[in-house]
Write a protein that binds this ligand. Structure first.
Ligand code: SF4
Ligand code: SF4
Length: 251
């Protein structure tokens, strides 16, 4: 490339898009635009000294081929191809601990930027996002339909085959341990805590209005169908209950 034709970024840091990008230029641009237009983007990225403090304190960087400094540099220099490439694997290594955000002298939040990139990967139906989320389908089913996260009875080797032998460390006498927790609502095994029907139905509206269910459909159509059926049933159940209440009030 003729230096007279290249920008400072291209000359000193790298060409943001090679002559044969892995995907077409329009897609690279669309992905970056979606990241950039996120309301959090300008708050999380204020420039970058390339000092590496974030990477030095990042637990994920110790174990994986992942560097928050690299992620921030890719975004700061608008390296479209590098950004797309990082979204195929690297961004999923972040533990979302936000140590980086607490340490960055520029007030950046690499972990927050990674979160935006992950959400964009989901929005674009990237295979990396599907692979990462696949083992969590039971957790998503539980969370979306009941408003609960992991229930104690889900912590078994069958439910988490991807955890391998490590599952034995949490395979404990759960009913007994559960009873040891003082709060009465925590004695249940199939939910983490009780969420009443009306609250669950309100949550469904939130999942719909915020686009969570659309994202789920992009990621896993079968799971989406199952969840839609459960939502319909629960809504009917609530309507019937409300009608019964009205009838009782009339009497
Ligand atoms: S994001 Fe912050 S801590 Fe990390 S390299 Fe850039 S300026 Fe340094
Ligand atoms: S939030 Fe992610 S990038 Fe930041 S220190 Fe934690 S693991 Fe590393």
């Amino acid at each position: 490339m003729n230096h007279a034709d290249s920008t400072r970024v291209q000359e000193y840091i790298g060409d943001p898009v090679s002559e044969s990008p892995v995907v077409d230029y329009e897609t690279l641009e669309e992905v970056f635009e979606d990241i950039q237009k996120d309301i959090r983007f300008d708050h999380e990225l204020n420039g970058c000294l390339n000092c590496g403090i974030c990477t030095a304190t990042c637990p994920a960087a110790h174990y994986y081929d992942f560097s928050p400094r690299e992620i921030v540099q890719l975004l700061w220099t608008e390296n479209l191809e590098g950004i797309y490439d990082a979204m195929q694997e690297k961004i999923w290594a972040c533990a979302q601990c936000y140590t980086c955000a607490a340490r960055c002298p520029f007030g950046n939040s690499p972990g927050g930027l990674v979160m935006i990139m992950r959400e964009t990967a989901i929005k674009h139906g990237m295979e990396s996002a599907k692979e990462v989320l696949r083992p969590f389908s039971r957790v998503m089913l539980k969370l979306i339909t009941t408003g609960n996260q992991l229930a104690p009875n889900m912590i078994t080797p069958d439910h988490f085959p991807d955890w391998g032998p490590n599952i034995s460390r949490v395979d404990a006498p759960l009913p007994l341990l559960r009873k040891a927790i003082p709060m009465p609502t925590m004695n249940t095994m199939d939910t983490a805590w009780e969420v009443n029907l009306k609250t669950s139905v309100e949550l469904y509206t939130i999942w719909e209005e915020t686009g969570v269910l659309d994202q789920l459909e992009t990621m896993d159509e079968n799971l989406f169908d199952v969840i839609e059926d459960i939502i319909d049933e629960k809504r009917e159940e609530l309507e019937e209950w409300e009608e019964e209440q009205e009838e009782e009030d009339d009497d």
